[in-house]
Design a protein around this ligand. Sequence first.
Ligand code: DPP
Ligand code: ZN
Length: 885
Amino acid sequence: ATAIQRADYSAPAWWVDSVDLCFDLDPIKTRVLNKMKLRRNTDLPVQALRLDGEELNLARVLVNGQGSTFKMDGNQLVLSNLPDECELEIFTTTCPSKNTKLMGLYVSNDSFFTQCEAEGFRRITYFLDRPDVMAMYSVTLRADKAKYPVLLSNGNLVDSGDLEGGRHFAKWVDPHKKPCYLFALVAGQLVCREQRITTRAGKDHTLQIYVRSGDLDKTEHAMNSLIHSVAWDEARFGLPLDLERFMIVATSDFNMGAMENKGLNIFNTKYVLASQATATDVDFSNIESVVGHEYFHNWTGNRITCRDWFQLSLKEGLTVFRDQEFSTDLAGTASARAVKRIEDVRVLRTNQFPEDAGPMAHPVRPDSYVEISNFYTVTIYEKGAEVVRMYQTLVGRAGFEKGITLYFERHDGNAVTCDDFAQAIADANPSSVLPSLLPQFKRWYSQAGTPRVSAQGVFDAASQTYTLTFSQHCAATPGQTEKLPFVIPVVLGLLDANGNDLPLQLEGQDEIHTGSQRLVLTEASQSFCFTGVNAEPVPSILRGLSAPVVLAFDYSDAQLLHLLAHDSDPFNRWEAGQRLAVNRATAAINDSSANPAALDAAYIDAMRAVLRHPTLDAAFKELVLTLPSEVYLAEQLTVVDPQRVHTVRQAMREQLAIELKADWETTYAATQETGAYTPDAVSSGKRALCGMALTHLCLAAVAEGNDQWPAIALQRFKNASNMTDRFNALSALVGSGHALAIPALEEFHALFKNEALVLDKWFALQVTAPDVGGNTLPNVKKLMKHSDFSLRNPNRARSVISSYCQANPAGFHRLDAAGYQFWSERVLELDAINPQVAARLARALDRWSKLAEPYRTNARQAIARVAAKSGLSKDTQEVVTRALA
Ligand code: DPP
Ligand code: ZN
C-alpha cells in the first residue's frame, strides 16, 4: 500500500457547494441518490473530477440531468470535460447488513447508523471525501415506519410524513456547511430523553439522547454532562451552542468512543449509559469527559475543521485539552483538580510515551500515513493536548482564551492547519514569550519522541546561590535521527528544610516569585541561578508536568520523602512517591537474584503516613498508594522480562498489603459507608480508596491463609448498592485468587446477563486476573466459547482479546509463546471482519524489540506471521510493517 505524504497536499480541483441526499433504507439493499452542485476550483488548472467510492454498486451518473460518460480508476469515479459549474447526480446501492467494518452505513441491533470519520462517507456515496471540501447538506430518509420509526440526520427536521406501503420519510436540513466526515444518519426503534435549555445568551435549545427502549433510565448522567458542557464552553471560551437541536444517539456496535457529527453525535453505549447499578465511578467520569469532548468539537473541529488529516491534532489535541479542562473545572476543589491532572498524566505516560518510543512513533502532525485510521493515536490526542496546554502555560489562561477568540475570528467556517492555530495564539499575545519562540515551539508538531530533560542542582553556601542546570535530549524515532532542542516550559519551586516554598529570585533579576516560577528551556543545555538561598533546597521540578517530557534528576530518598511529605504541588507530591517506588522496583527487577519484595521500611512508613494523613483526600491517597503499572515500569528498563516485572510488582503489592494491614483495616472502616450514591469527586475517591483497602486486605488474607477478609468482600459484593462497590469487591476476590471469586463471578453474571456493558466488565476482569501457572490463556479461550462472546461486537472483542493481550502482561508474555500465537490468530481473524479493531490489537506487540529473550524472538516471529498473510487490510499491514522495520 502506498503512503500519503503531507507535503503532497494540494487544494481540491472541485468544490461541492451543496449535497442533496435521498436514502431508501433497507438492510440488504439501501439506495442512495446523491445530487451535488459542483464548482470548479478556478485557482487551479483544469482537472478531471475524481470522486472516492468504496464497496458501492454504481447504477447511474447524470450531469445536468443527462447521462454521462465516466471511467473508473481503482476506487475513483472519474469525470472529465465537466462544465465549470454543474449538477451531478449519482445513484448507488450498498448492503448495510454486511458492513462488519462499521465504517459508512451499517446495521446494529436492527437499526441503521453511520460512521464517516475519517474516510467512511465514500462507503455511502461517491464524493470528494476530504475534510477541506465543505458543503451544505439536505437529507431525505425513507424507511419502513414500523421497523424504523425514528429517522435522524444532521441539522433541523423540515418535513416528515407517511408514504405508501407502510413506509415514511423525514427530511433534514443542516444550516451549517460541513465536511462529509461529519455527516450522519440514524434510523431505528429508539426512545429519547429530551431537555429544553436556555443558554446565557438567552437562546432556547432542545437536547436529546436517543437509546434503545430499555436504556432510557441510564441517560440522566449523560444529559447532565451535556448540559454542563454547553454552559462551560459558553462561560470559559464564549462559545455558545449554534444549533436549535443537539442530539446524541447510542449504539452498542462502534469502533471508537464517540463521534462528533454535526448536531447528531453518535456514541458507543459505553460512553452514554450509566446507572448506579450498572456503571462504576470511572464510567460516570468517562461519560462526562466524552460527552464534553464531542460537544466541544462542535466548535473545535466542526466550525473550524482540518484542512487535511495530517492536521488531525488541530481538532483532537485541542479538544482533549478542552475536555480535560472541563472535567477539571467541574471537579471543584484544588485536590480534585490535581487528581484529574495525575490521572491524565498517567494515561500520557503509560500509553503515549511508549508509543513515542516505539515503531509507530510519529509527530503530533505526521508527515505520512498509509491508513489514516491508524493515526487516531494517543500521540495525536494526548500529546497533542499537552502541546495545547503548553501554549496556555506560556501565555497564561487569559492569554490562551484571547488566542482562541482570535482563532475563531480568523478561521470560523474554514478548514485550516496546525500552523494557523499556533499563529492565532501567538498573534493574540504579542507581549508574551510565545511570538519570538514560535518557530522553535512548532518543533513539538514536527519532531516525534519524548524529550528527556536531565537536571542537576548545585548549592553554593558562600554565594548563597542554587544553580539548576538543565540539558535536553530526544532519542531518534523512525525516520528522524537528529532532533533539535524543544521549547520546554518548566514550572518549578524550591523547598526549604521545613517543606515551604522559598521565594525565587533569579540572578540579575528584580522579580521575586513566591511559590512556583515558570522557566523556559530553549537550548540543549541551560543554567539558572537562584540567589538568596541560604541552605540547600529540594527542587520540585516540572510541577503539574508542565511539559510532556521525562525528567531525570538524581534525587536521594531523603529528598523524595521530603517532597512526598511537603510539596505544595500535589502532582509532584504524588510523583515523588512514584519515584520512590520506581527506584525500588527497577533495582529488584534488574537484579534477578534480589528479593522481589523490594520495599523497605522507609517507603512503607511513608505510605503509612499518607494513608493516615488527616487532611489528604481519599482520591489522592489512592493514587499515591498505587504502585507504578507494569507497563510504566517496563518503560524505565532497557531490556524487559515481563515475568520478572510482574513478580516484583506483585511482591511489592503483597508487602504493602501485609505490612500496612492494620492501616488498611482502619481505612476500610473509615470509607466503607459513602451514603446515597453520587458520582462526585469526593465520594468517588472514598469508594476508590475503600476498594483499594479491600483489595489489599484480601491479598494479605490469601498470603496468610486466612478467610476473614474474602468473606467480608463476598458480603460487600452481595450487598452493594452501586456498581463501584460491587465491582471493587468482586475485583478484590478475583485479584487475590481466593476460591470465593468463583461463586461471586457466577452470581455477577446471573445478575447482569442482560447488561452488555456489565458483561464486558465481567469478561475483562477474568482475562486480566493474575496469571497462576499459565491459567489465563486457557481461560481466555474458554471465555471465547461462552454464549455471550462475539468477535463482531468491538466492545466485546476488546473486553476479552485486547484486555488479555494489552492489560495482562504476565498472562500474555508466556515463555512458550502461546500468547503471541493466540494474538496473531486473533489479529488475522479480526482483520477479515473489522480492520480498525484488528489494527489496534496488532499494536499489542509494538514494544517487542525491548523484550528479553526468548520473548523478543518469539514476538518478532508472531508479527512476521501476521505480516506474511496475503490480503491484509491496509490498517493491519501498516502496523505490522512498521513493527518489523
Ligand atoms: N470520534 C473521535 C473523537 O471524538 C474522532 N473524531 O475523537
Ligand atoms: Zn475528538
